[in-house]
Design a protein around this ligand. Structure first.
Ligand SMILES: [Zn+2]
Length: 222
């Protein structure tokens, strides 16, 4: 994999915001401790990417009521993020700019899916082809939860040869077993992910691109 050095994010990067939904925040069905604390940082990153003309992509967990993902039907989890319920909505404080690309995962009742690369747009396009369409070949990842969907998404991107940078202070983990998040971070690092604090992000990003490219984003969203 190409190594850019400690420096910068490339011109074809997107921000990927993973699963910041009510059920994954405190008070939700599967609340990540302190999960909502990252939202102001995520919003700043979203604003920054938008200003620089770089795409922002959101994923969400989007389950049917009956799925093998839930304890009741043989899975690991209490019911959460059931399609079109309040728990599945993005947290009200999360900024989702109009026209943002939103991909949903976990619709198949037979399959456990944690990675954003198992998610689809409303029109059935998967993340990989949506990113390809946007001309994106690098991801900056933030969101919930470090030890599940953030981890799985980052590893899948790296497996596809995409450079990944994780915003270390804009992720939070479940830590079902203490240390899970730390281990997930280590694993992502071992596979080539870089970690940055969101505070320094502005300096890492390329300057604003042409209007043409932001039109490109809208086109891909249709
Ligand atoms: Zn789920």
């Amino acid at each position: 994999m190409a190594d850019r050095g400690p420096g910068t994010v490339g011109k074809r990067a997107a921000l990927l915001v993973v699963d910041i939904q009510n059920d994954f925040c405190p008070g939700g069905a599967l609340g990540v401790p302190d999960g909502d604390a990252i939202i102001p940082r995520v919003n700043r990153a979203t604003a920054l990417f938008t200003r620089r003309g770089l795409p922002v992509v959101f994923t969400r967990d989007w389950h049917p009521r009956v799925t093998k993902h839930f304890k009741e039907f043989g899975g690991a989890w209490p019911p959460h993020c059931i399609q079109a319920t309040k728990g599945a909505r993005f947290h009200p404080d999360l900024d989702v700019p109009k026209g943002s690309l939103i991909l949903s995962k976990g619709m198949d009742p037979e399959v456990d899916s944690y990675s954003g690369f198992q998610a689809f747009t409303e029109r059935g396009r998967d993340l990989e082809s949506a990113l390809h369409e946007l001309g994106v070949d690098e991801l900056v990842i933030c969101g919930l939860a470090t030890d599940y969907c953030v981890r799985a998404t980052a590893l899948d991107a790296l497996r596809r040869g995409m450079p990944v940078r994780v915003l270390r202070d804009a992720i939070r983990g479940v830590d079902l077993k203490p240390g899970d998040s730390e281990m997930a971070e280590k694993e992502m690092r071992v596979h080539g992910a870089r970690f940055s604090e969101s505070r320094g992000l502005a300096k890492l990003l390329p300057n604003a691109r042409s209007l043409h490219d932001s039109r490109h984003l809208k086109a891909a969203n249709r």
